[in-house]
Design a binder for this molecule. Structure first.
Ligand SMILES: Nc1ncnc2c1ncn2[C@@H]1O[C@H](COP(=O)(O)OP(=O)(O)OP(=O)(O)O)[C@@H](O)[C@H]1O
Ligand SMILES: [Mg+2]
Length: 383
């Protein structure tokens, strides 16, 4: 239905797209403005909440989120009516399959299609197979819910390594009720949701654009309020994704209980790294760093020839005092914060090539707004 709607609107009329990242504890927005010289950062904002906005990836209170989103747009003078959003990878099922390639022309197209998955755009639903029923049958096979209960999308990830008549396809599916919850919330906020992606894929797409080594894989870790999402990518291929059900709210709750303070005070103490709470960081950091390390070890054991070049961190909890260093220590891999602004200041002609120092004023947004920023850049797909 949304595809039809997009066809009716016509992509040409969309000049601005607001990227919205609804997390468990925050709403983040970004608008990249289209100029003759390329996309340029125009708006960046975030608002945090002490109550959870999401539960298992569902929007808990659609009216509240719609109201908050609407206000955020008004406060930041964001006028566009079109939005791109991302589901939490925690609530999507991602499967990589190898399928017979029946349509020869599809192999040409596969090179051009980006490796983003999108549950709501028409772009990723190009008829890559002669018969769409083939992909439908594959989805039915591998996704443990009836077709009528899910929204799915698929993306070619390149031709099969061993057999050129096969193609690697990544299938992404989410329960319809979750997707409908997002669509309805955006509608209530006065926005047309034209792209719905998955948060970790927005981050891997940034990494693909700014750091794409030929010989090594890259690990992307988004440590949020309720969940830690991981992906391991090589070039445009997403080799592996995993969700660890641990995020910053857990530590805030620990501080709250141990010191008998309010949630708000516990958050402040955590963010400041107060001496009287540092002892509580240890277990939390140990758990996250060792889970990341386990995931990497599993990946290496199943792909023994792979080299891991770097770990990129994103998400508010990645800023936790001592966490980055511990991840480096455990994994023995270089760890860096993902700076989404590099995407805007790189050599990509689609972006207004700005000096990286221009973004120093947005330092506080770096770990929070990467997903929203990438989503806003998807305006380029709608041309
Ligand atoms: N400087 C900081 N140090 C430690 N933690 C921080 C810091 N700043 C924010 N946080 C924590 O980051 C979390 C919010 O991060 P983020 O906005 O990435 O999460 P989210 O997207 O809302 O959640 P999720 O992705 O899990 O649904 C909160 O738990 C907050 O306490
Ligand atoms: Mg998040």
């Amino acid at each position: 239905m949304l595809d039809k709607l997009i066809e009716k609107i016509g992509y040409q009329t969309i000049n601005e797209l607001v990227g919205v990242d609804i997390g468990t504890a925050s709403i983040k927005v970004c608008v990249l403005e289209k100029t003759k010289k390329g996309l340029k950062l125009s708006r960046l904002a975030k608002k945090t909440y002490t109550e959870n906005l999401l539960s298992d990836g569902h929007i808990i209170d659609s009216d509240l989120v719609a109201h908050e989103l609407k206000n955020l747009l008004i406060e930041n003078k964001i006028k566009t009516k079109y939005a791109a959003c991302a589901l939490s990878s925690y609530c999507v099922i991602t499967k990589k399959v190898s399928m017979p390639l029946l349509d020869e022309k599809a192999s040409e197209r596969s090179v051009k299609v980006s490796s983003n998955e999108s549950l709501v755009t028409t772009k990723s639903s190009l008829p890559l197979f002669e018969d769409e029923k083939i992909i439908e049958a594959e989805v039915e096979n591998i996704i443990p819910f009836p077709l009528k209960e899910i929204n799915y999308s698929y993306q070619m990830m390149g031709l099969g390594e061993e057999n050129e008549n096969t193609v690697n396809v990544i299938i992404v599916a989410a329960k319809k009720e979750i997707v409908d919850g997002f669509v309805n919330t955006f509608q209530a906020a006065g926005l047309n949701l034209v792209i719905l992606d998955v948060d970790i894929f927005a981050l891997t797409n940034i990494v693909e654009q700014i750091d794409n080594p030929e010989n090594s894989s890259i690990v992307v870790v988004d440590i949020g309020a309720s969940v830690t999402n991981m992906a391991i990518i090589k070039g445009e291929n997403i080799g592996f994704t995993r969700e660890i059900l641990l995020g910053g709210t857990y530590l805030t709750n620990q501080i709250e209980k141990s010191l008998k303070v309010s949630f708000e005070d516990a958050e402040l103490k955590k963010i400041k790294g107060d001496d009287d709470v540092l002892y509580l960081f240890e277990d939390f950091i140990f758990n996250i760093a060792s889970e990341i390390n386990k995931t990497i070890n599993f990946y290496i054991s199943t792909n023994p020839s792979e080299m891991l070049g770097k770990i990129y961190l994103s998400g508010g909890t990645s800023l936790l005092h001592g966490l980055k260093e511990k991840i480096g220590e455990y994994t023995n891999i270089e760890v860096e914060y993902l700076n989404p602004f590099v995407m805007l200041s790189g050599k990509n002609p689609q972006f207004f090539n700005e000096d990286l120092s221009q973004f120093d004023i947005y330092e506080d947004y770096k770990e929070f707004n990467a997903v929203a920023l990438q989503l806003s850049s998807r305006i380029l797909e709608l041309e």
